[in-house]
Design a binder for this molecule. Structure first.
Ligand code: UD1
Ligand code: UDP
Length: 386
């Protein structure tokens, strides 16, 4: 076992899915800038496999512990139990001073619980996102609330997120307003300008059309809503010959099956494999309109100044709606109407001003805050605002 120098603090960062790595990579890069201060141990749980592998390469992310918890179609409980069992020996052996988790996935929740049960402080990146509905998004809304109850450091991306935590009784000094590291990641990837041959071919084929980029994968919309949304999109593309749909399909079996049943073979609908991050950002940049139930894409759309229809009943990121770039489509009927409004050029009235999700320095702010926290003696540990 590595014996840490007294001043060297061990930070164990746990991630398992695509969005977690996108948002933790900028933090990990910052930690690596201070090897005399931090021993950074990176744990990938393997909740995602195919979606995550290209990202690990793109971010050139070193992984110290690779777990293999994914089993196709397994239940959330089975996943959570496998995560807890696999994480515990790592936490036992690494003697972490802090465990970092991000967001609201099953990996993040299990990571926080595993750390808490070993009395290791938890830092939560992207804390304080809330809808008013425990079941939407499911199970993420409950996951993020549970993590807030046991974390010591809460990295809030926006003033609204910070306020939500304060209203739940989290002491002000434990919350740092940092922005969301997705903005850092987006800037880093945007600079690469790389495009795969597959993406370039699709962009060439669709260069004279209005490109509607679609992603959807949320569990709470499986069934009627998902099918209805895809039908609304099919009707829209069939009605307008200058529209095309570019849909990187999430590998969740329910999504893949529904996508092929409703949209397979429809002219000008391109069902694509999940794209790696540089390709996907390039695709968003070349889009006319985005329709998505993704969390991260709600942050990326304003960063890229692209209009977005949010395929959800409610959102924990109303900042994008307030900034004037996004509109909510709670039902397929709303979606159909919003698509027509967009076609008439009436969907969005405002131009995006300052990005509500950050300025690209969240990684730096988070690591600075961690440094201040860990410098204090155990009993006095509080956050100093940055
Ligand atoms: C998970 C997160 C969700 C996040 C999403 C990002 C939970 C509860 N949900 O949802 O918050 O928005 O990741 O994409 O943690 N699969 C593969 N290969 C992969 C990934 C998934 O085949 O690389 C298939 C498997 O059959 C797997 C299923 O998709 O069982 C669902 O994956 P899972 O990680 O459980 O949930 P997501 O829907 O991806
Ligand atoms: N993304 C990607 N390739 C794709 C679709 C999405 O790289 O084909 C990126 C997207 O830019 C965003 C992240 O994946 O940063 C969002 O992941 P997802 O929608 O799966 O999860 P969520 O953000 O909803 O948790």
């Amino acid at each position: 076992m590595h014996k840490a120098l007294p001043s060297l603090k061990t930070i164990v960062t746990i991630f398992g899915t695509r969005p977690e790595l996108i948002k933790l990579a900028p933090v990990l890069r910052q930690l690596d800038l201070y090897p005399k201060q931090y021993r950074s141990i990176v744990v990938c749980t393997g909740q995602h496999t195919t979606l995550l592998e290209p990202l690990i390469t793109i971010f050139n992310q070193k992984i110290h512990h690779q777990l293999e918890v994914m089993k196709a179609g397994q239940s959330l409980n089975l996943l959570a139990s496998r995560l807890l069992a696999a994480l515990d020996p790592i936490l036992e052996s690494t003697q972490a001073d802090l465990v970092l988790v991000q967001g609201d996935t099953t990996t993040a929740l299990a990571g926080a619980i595993a750390a808490f049960q070993r009395k290791i402080p938890v830092g939560h990146v992207e804390a304080g996102l809330r809808t008013d509905n425990l079941y939407s998004p499911f199970p993420e809304e409950a996951n993020r609330r549970m993590i807030s109850r046991i974390a010591q450091l809460h990295f809030a991306a926006t003033p609204r997120n910070k306020q939500a935590l304060r209203e739940e009784g989290i002491p002000e000094e434990q919350i740092a307003l940092t922005g969301n590291p997705v903005v850092d990641a987006l800037e880093y990837i945007g600079k690469s300008g790389r495009r795969s041959e597959l993406l370039q071919t699709v962009l060439d084929q669709t260069q004279h059309q209005k490109r509607l980029v679609l992603t959807t994968h949320r569990r709470e919309s499986f069934g009627k809503i998902l099918e209805g949304n895809l039908r609304a999109i099919r009707n829209f593309v069939e009605k307008h010959p200058d529209i095309c749909v570019l849909f990187p399909v999430h590998p969740n079996p329910t999504v893949t099956q529904t996508a092929h049943t409703v949209l397979g073979g429809v002219p000008r609908v391109h069902l694509l494999p999940p794209l790696d991050y540089p390709d996907f950002i390039a695709l968003l940049s070349e889009s006319w309109l985005i329709a998505s139930d993704s969390g991260g894409i709600q942050e990326e759309a304003p960063s890229l100044g692209k209009p977005l229809i949010v395929l959800r009943e409610s959102t924990e990121r109303p900042e994008a709606i307030q900034a004037g770039v996004a509109k909510l489509a709670p039902t397929p009927k709303h979606l159909g109407k919003l698509l027509e409004l967009a076609y008439e050029g009436k969907l969005i009235h405002n131009q995006v001003g300052k990005n509500p999700f950050g300025q690209g320095d969240a990684g730096q702010r988070i690591v600075q805050t961690i440094g201040q926290y860990l410098q204090q003696p155990h009993q006095e540990r509080n956050l100093v605002s940055v």
